[in-house]
Design a protein. Sequence first.
Length: 174
Amino acid sequence: MTLSPRVRRMAVTAHVTVSVGWVGAVLTFIAIAAVGLTSDDATTVRGSYLVMDAAARFVLVPLALLSLATGVVQSLGTPWGLLRHHWVVVKLLITVLATAVLLLYLRTFAAMAGTAADPAAGLDAVRNPSPLVHAVLALGLLLAATVLGVVKPRGLTRFGRRAAENSRNAHYGP
Ligand code: HEM
């Protein structure tokens, strides 16, 4: 499947929009997590964990899945391929890892929101550094994926070298 130049431009626009949008959403998430950890105001602390749960479900998860889906379309629909270049494979691994951890973490977000909504729970039980730590790690991974997407460093995988050889042989034949 090779995308026409017009469709490729639209596809890359969609890919960059959702992927870099995901980076921006993680930055906002870091700010909310930091407020939850440091604020002295009980309502603000409890509210932070409620907002983080909603933001993870309704913003981070859709952006992560869309980034993955548009990235795969972009790879398969262009000569880059999904497994031919190291930079594409690394981006794929980063995105799958970050998305999987996020999906597994949704139960934890729901549990933290439950504690935050419980007036009987003290603020020490509500505060939790885990979302901040995870979001900072995720930001590092997503920034690495952004740099790889823009720089596109050279380097073929073994599969990519074999595919390039096969297509040369098909053109020039024995
Ligand atoms: C955190 C996730 C990701 C981010 C932040 C990201 C970001 C970007 C950026 C900024 C570009 C540059 C567009 C350009 O200048 O040409 C790009 C291109 C690209 N990305 Fe991603 N990306 C992500 C995930 C993925 C995934 C999972 C794949 C594939 C499995 C992928 C495959 C590609 C390909 C093939 C291009 C080149 C498009 C073209 O030249 O037509 N990306 N990405």
